[in-house]
Design a protein. Structure first.
Length: 236
């Protein structure tokens, strides 16, 4: 499978911004006080960052039920902790979808890289950009199943809405792309409105579709759509 992906992965993309930071943002939820004006990283399976010499143990955690997740935009520091990200669907690599998405937006995906995350676990990460403020960050399983799709648009990019909406149509088995795009339009509007009012990082309500969860994350330097498998008690 790795060889197959190499055929459609075309080298490193230009304009990738803060790759390692984006990885941590996409895969770790770190609490942030209101006195800290930096954007709080949001998301998946919150775990403490390991020490340089000894990995931190992963505490026992029960993911929230989908019914308890927020349905409207909230400040990022009120985002509930979500469960561990897992494959979007058994055997789903997203290859055709990612090929079309990358081609449509001029994004060149780089080679897969293994990165170490909290608890000493290693994950395969793929990143790429178009050099014009749009980029992708993916994580996959050892079997190349797609786990996380993080679509990132720098603030002020005129293609932000169209790009993120295109990402919302990810076609993993069991998902409803039409429902996702309708949700996205409202979620982005609410998130942008709250961001303009609060002047701080915000997140949208959370959509569950198939085995996926997705939400919009508005930061001071970018707007992102995060999509991943797992996250809730029902999907764990």
């Amino acid at each position: 499978m790795r060889t197959e992906r190499q055929r459609y992965v075309k080298g490193r993309g230009k304009g990738m911004v803060l790759v390692l930071t984006a990885v941590v943002m996409a895969l770790t939820l770190t609490a942030c006080t209101k006195h800290d004006r930096q954007d709080p990283p949001v998301v998946v399976g919150a775990e403490d960052k390991p020490s340089p010499t000894k990995p931190s143990p992963t505490p026992s955690f029960t993911p929230p039920s989908a019914a308890t997740l927020p349905t409207h935009a909230i400040p990022a520091d009120e985002m509930p902790r979500l469960g561990e990200a897992t494959a979007m669907a058994m055997g789903y690599t997203g290859k055709a979808f990612l090929d079309d998405l990358s081609k449509a937006w001029g994004i060149t995906l780089g080679d897969p890289k293994e990165e170490e995350f909290p608890g000493g676990r290693k994950k395969t990460v793929i990143t790429g950009g178009n050099g014009k403020g749009l980029s992708l960050l993916l994580t996959v399983t050892e079997a190349d199943e797609l786990v996380l799709l993080n679509c990132i648009a720098e603030n002020g990019n005129t293609h932000t809405t169209a790009f993120l909406r295109a990402c919302a149509t990810v076609d993993a088995p069991g998902t409803d792309p039409d429902k996702a795009t309708t949700w996205f339009d409202q979620a982005k509007k609410e998130t942008d409105t709250l961001y303009a009012k609060k002047k701080e990082a915000t997140v949208s309500g959370i959509l569950t579709t198939g085995k996926l969860v997705m939400f919009v994350n508005r930061l001071t330097d970018s707007e992102q759509l995060k999509i991943f498998g797992g996250g809730t008690a029902e999907n764990s």
